[in-house]
Design a protein around this ligand. Sequence first.
Ligand code: GAR
Length: 197
Amino acid sequence: MSRVPTAVLMSGGGSNMDALLQAAATPGYPADIRLVVSNRPDAGGLAKARSRGVEAVVVDHRPFGANREAFEAALQDVLAARGIGFIALAGFMRILTPGFVSLWRGRMINIHPSLLPRFKGLDTHARALAAGDAEHGCTVHWVTPELDDGEIIAQARVPVLQDDDAHRLAARVLAEEHKLYRTALAAAVRSLTAAAP
Ligand code: GAR
C-alpha cells in the first residue's frame, strides 16, 4: 500500500504534531507526513518539525486580515504544490471556511481536547471542571463545516481527580491525545485507502 502524503496544520507548541511525526517514522505507518504548516510564525512546533527533517512552512494569517478565503487560498497553494492528499489538524487555532472544508471533506481530521459532543470550542478543561464531570478526555473526528462536529473516529478518557485544576487536567488529557492521534490518523488514512477503487 502506498503511503498517503499528509500535512499537519498547527499553531503552537506542536506536541501532537511531534507525536504524529514520531509515529510516521515507524515502519508500515500509512501516512507520509511530509509537510507541517503553521499560521503563526512564532509557533514552537516549526523547529520541532525541522529537527525531524520535515518541511515546515508558515502561512501567516495576519496579512490577510478578515479575508479567510484569501488565507486559505494561500494555504491550499502550499498543500497542492506538495501533492498533499490528507490533512491532520493538530492544535490549528483557525476556523476554516465551509469552502475549504468541503475541498478537504473526507480527507481532513482534527483532535479536540474534550469528549465530544461535550465542550465544543475553547477552554474545554475549565469547562469540564466547572461542570463537575467525573470524566474528561479527547476526540479525533472528521472535519465538517460545523465546528467540532464531524463523525467521531476515536476517543480517550481520563478521570477528573479531586485536586485537579485546568492545567493538571490538560496535561493528563494531552498525554492521551498523543497516543490517540497516532492510532486515529492511521485508522482514518487506512479507511480511505481501503475504500479506494
Ligand atoms: C491540544 O490540546 C489540541 O487538542 C488543542 O490544542 C492543543 C494543541 O497542543 N486543539 C484545540 O483546542 C482545537 N480546537 P499541541 O500544539 O501541543 O499539540
